[in-house]
Design a protein around this ligand. Structure first.
Ligand code: SF4
Length: 362
C-alpha cells in the first residue's frame, strides 16, 4: 500500500473574514503578498495586484502611507477582485480612511501606531465597517517600553506587544483580529509564534520578516514557516522576499503544497539530471511551468532524465516522461507506459495531457 504522510493537525483557531476569504478555523491556509509599487501609481499597483492574484494570492496587502494614498487605495480596491488589506503605520487616521475606502482588513503595528486612544479609534472604524484587524508585531519596531523592559526583542516582548493590543480591542468587544509576530531572526520568530499560539485562539498570520533575497529568503521562510505549519500553527502566510512579490506567492504555495496542506496547479517532480539524461529536463520543466501556469487543478507531472528513477516516479504521477535513447522518451499516464515519442514532441504531449486531465476534473 502507498505510504501516506501523517496528517498535520491544525491548531484550533477562531475564524475571521477578510473580504471573501475566511482565515482561521478550518479554512484553507491562505497565501498573501504585498505590493511594492507606489500606491499613488494606481495603474501599476492594480497591475501588480492582478499579477499576484493570477499566481494564487488569496489576499493582497497594500501600504498606505498618506491620506493621498488612501484616496488612491479607494480606486485600487474598486478595480480588483482580490481582498485588499491596508497596511498602516504611524497615522491611525489613515487606517480609518482606508476602512471607509473599501479595505477588506486593516493591519496595524502596535509599535508605531501610538497611544491607546488611537488603537481604539481604529477599532471603532473596523467595527463600523465590519472589518478584521491584524495586529502585526515586528521585532524591528517593538514598543519602546517593551524594549526597555526586556532589553532586546525576545518572544516574551513580542507576545506581550501582541496581547496588550488585543486587550484594547477586546475591551471594546472586538474579537475579529489576527496576530503576526514577525522577526528576521528565524528562531526568535518561530519561538514567538509558538508562545503566542499557546496563549490565544486568534488566527495567526505567519511570516519571517525581511527574510532576504530570492534564494536566502526562500530557504529561511520555508524553514521557519514550515516548522510552524508542521506543528499545526498558522492560518495564513506571507513569504517576505526582496524580490518580485509574484515569487512570494509562488514560494508560499510551494510550501503549502509540499506539506500537503493545499493543492493548486501542476506539481512537478523532476530529477536534477546527470550525464545519463536522455532529455533536456531543465528546459522541459521551465517551459512546462510557463505553459501550464493557468492550470488550477492539482495534477502531478514527473519529468525524469532516464530510466534509473524515471519509471518509479512515473508510478506516482498523473503524467510522466522519462528520457530514453536516440532522442526518444517514454511517456506514462497514471503509471502506465503509453509508448515512445520523439523528444521534440514532449512539451506538446505533456501539455495536452495535463489540460485534458484538468478538464476531466471540472
Ligand atoms: Fe541522472 Fe537518470 Fe537520476 Fe536523472 S533520473 S539524475 S538522469 S540517473
Amino acid at each position: 500500500m502507498e505510504w501516506q504522510a501523517p496528517k498535520i493537525e491544525r491548531r484550533k483557531s477562531r475564524q475571521i473574514k477578510v473580504g471573501s476569504v475566511l482565515v482561521g478555523g478550518d479554512a484553507p491556509i491562505s497565501v498573501q503578498s504585498m505590493t511594492c509599487t507606489d500606491t499613488l501609481n494606481i495603474e501599476a499597483t492594480v497591475a501588480q495586484i492582478k499579477a499576484l492574484a493570477d499566481v494564487g494570492a488569496d489576499i493582497v496587502r497594500v501600504s498606505v502611507p498618506s491620506m493621498e494614498a488612501a484616496e488612491a487605495f479607494k480606486e485600487i480596491v474598486s478595480l480588483v477582485d482580490v481582498p485588499i488589506v491596508s497596511d498602516i503605520h504611524f497615522d491611525y487616521r489613515i487606517a480609518i480612511e482606508c476602512a471607509k475606502n473599501g479595505a477588506a482588513a486593516l493591519r496595524i503595528n502596535p509599535g508605531n501606531i501610538g497611544a491607546r486612544h488611537k488603537v481604539e479609534a481604529v477599532c471603532q472604524a473596523a467595527k463600523d465597517y465590519g472589518l478584521p484587524i491584524r495586529v502585526g508585531v515586528n521585532a524591528g519596531s517593538l514598543d519602546k517600553d517593551l524594549l526597555e523592559k526586556y532589553g532586546a526583542p525576545n518572544p516574551d516582548a513580542m507576545v506581550e506587544a501582541a496581547l496588550r493590543s488585543a486587550d484594547i480591542l477586546e475591551s471594546h468587544n472586538f474579537v475579529d483580529y489576527a496576530f503576526s509576530v514577525k522577526a528576521s531572526e528565524l528562531n526568535l520568530c518561530v519561538a514567538s509564534y509558538e508562545q503566542l499560539a499557546a496563549q490565544t485562539d486568534a488566527p495567526l498570520h505567519l511570516g519571517i520578516t525581511e527574510a532576504g533575497g530570492l534564494t536566502g529568503g526562500t530557504v529561511l521562510s520555508s524553514i521557519g514557516i514550515g516548522m510552524l505549519l508542521a506543528k499545526g500553527i498558522g492560518d495564513t502566510l506571507r513569504v517576505s522576499l526582496a524580490a518580485d512579490p509574484v515569487e512570494e506567492v509562488k514560494v508560499g504555495w510551494a510550501i503549502l503544497k509540499s506539506m500537503h496542506l493545499r493543492t493548486r496547479g501542476i506539481d512537478v517532480v523532476a530529477c536534477p539530471t546527470c550525464s545519463r539524461h536522455g532529455l533536456d529536463v531543465v528546459g522541459t520543466v521551465k517551459a512546462l511551468e510557463a505553459r501550464l501556469s493557468d492550470i488550477r487543478k492539482p495534477i502531478k507531472v514527473a519529468v525524469m532524465g532516464c530510466i534509473v528513477n524515471g519509471p518509479g516516479e512515473a508510478l506516482r504521477a498523473d503524467v510522466a516522461v522519462c528520457g530514453g535513447k536516440n532522442g526518444n522518451s517514454l511517456i506514462y499516464e497514471h503509471g502506465q507506459m503509453m509508448g515512445r515519442i520523439s523528444n521534440d514532441e514532449i512539451l506538446d504531449r505533456l501539455e495536452s495531457r495535463v489540460r485534458a486531465l484538468a478538464t476531466a476534473q471540472e
